[in-house]
Ligand binder design. Structure first.
Ligand code: HEM
Length: 362
């Protein structure tokens, strides 16, 4: 049976209940919580992915704050302080391992969440702003991965970031300035770590938390969408508390998986980066940047009289804008019809990204 907030409060002693109801808009909060309903159908499973992403993000924030207690964002201190966290700080190796594994699992959950809302066409009215806020969140979360990767200042991180910061250089007009701002000079060096660190622990978290607030508020306001032409199985499930309790169960399993990975395969630390040493063999960026990186490596150096990198950047920017505006472009979904063209195009892009990522590791 569903119990609302007011019912729950009635279990408290009368003096505490009166104190709380005099000071807080309990009824307004209760009405807001009651608003969100989750439809029951054969795809209900996908509704867990957004919450799972949020769970991993909470783990990231918690472990990130603990790492900040010892990490030193300088060229001389970065690698040493990470080695100190792993070898000297009690459970430091575990906290760092959980932070690194959770980052990867968060991105995996986020990509699956995005793919699932795409196939459910959950971006159709009135949820356009949910899709758009989510799309910006995707970039912010990838930004965490990119900026965090360099912080241990080991060999692989250094060269992967060197390659990664090369790509935006060819964005027309703003590319070189953007790369200069990120690197703090011509090349990666002393000035880069504090910049990446400030983005990683200050700028990105503030922007992400604000946008997640907007994303979740909208979700609470609209409730979860009903997929097009999918038969429902019985009554909708109230989000609070019923679905939330199911979410907690999934989070429990995710936490166990995260601990197993972190303990059985502790996150390693390579040799300290040496600016004078040649790049080691086979340096690759993180798996979620592989589609872009691999595509770049197979493109000819000149396409339509434009430099290959510039061409890819232009295609990515136009493609990104189309995806951002998808809720307005998909006219069929607006009328509750499945849009085969968009679904097939999306599937081709997803299969391409998965295929090219797997091929990079073979
Ligand atoms: C940090 C990143 C994100 C978090 C924490 C997050 C969280 C959530 C949560 C908790 C929900 C409700 C449960 C669910 O339907 O899964 C949701 C729904 C939704 N999200 Fe996200 N999300 C994120 C990124 C994204 C991205 C990248 C997109 C797409 C570009 C997106 C689009 C949507 C849409 C359209 C819904 C509504 C689904 C429906 O009503 O059926 N989100 N999100």
């Amino acid at each position: 049976m569903r119990q609302n907030l007011i019912h729950r409060l009635s279990r408290l002693s009368p003096s505490i209940r009166t104190w709380l109801t005099d000071r807080l808009p309990v009824e307004t909060i209760d009405n807001h919580l009651k608003n969100k309903m989750v439809p029951r159908h054969r795809h209900t499973l996908w509704y867990y992915l957004g919450g799972l992403t949020a769970f991993f993000l909470m783990v990231q924030i918690l472990t990130g704050v603990l790492l900040m207690l010892y990490y030193k964002p300088t060229i001389d201190g970065a690698h040493q302080s990470v080695a100190y966290i792993i070898n000297e700080v009690p459970f430091g190796w575990l906290i760092r391992s959980v932070h690194s594994w959770a980052a990867n699992l968060m991105i995996a959950a986020l990509l699956l969440h995005m793919v699932s809302v795409f196939y459910l066409q959950a971006y159709r009215p009135p949820r356009e702003l949910m899709w758009m806020s989510g799309f910006i969140l995707l970039f912010l979360i990838l930004g965490f991965g990119f900026t965090g990767y360099l912080l241990p200042w080991d060999d692989v991180a250094f060269y992967a970031t060197q390659i990664g910061t090369e790509v935006p250089k060819s964005i027309p007009f703003i590319g070189p300035t953007l790369v200069g701002l990120l690197r703090g000079g011509e090349d990666i060096g002393e000035a880069t770590i504090p910049r990446m660190y400030t983005l990683h622990v200050f700028v990105l978290p503030i922007a992400t938390l604000f946008l997640i607030g907007v994303h979740l508020f909208l979700n609470q306001y609209y409730g979860s969408s009903k997929p097009i032409k999918t038969p429902l199985k019985g009554e909708d499930i109230p989000f609070y508390p019923n679905f939330l309790l199911r979410d907690f169960r999934i989070w429990g399993f995710a936490f166990i998986l995260l601990l197993c990975l972190s303990i059985l395969m502790p996150w390693g630390l390579g040799e300290e980066a040496d600016l004078l040493r040649p790049a080691p063999e086979g340096v690759k960026p993180e798996w979620y940047f592989i589609p872009m990186y691999q595509t770049l490596s197979i493109l000819p150096s000149q396409i339509l009289m434009i430099d290959g990198e510039t061409f890819l950047n232009i295609v990515l920017m136009i493609g990104g804008l189309i995806v951002f505006l998808l809720p307005f472009l998909d006219r069929k979904a607006k009328n509750e019809e499945r849009n085969k063209f968009i679904l097939i195009t999306g599937t081709i892009i997803i299969v391409y990204c998965i295929g090219i990522t797997i091929s990079a590791y073979m």
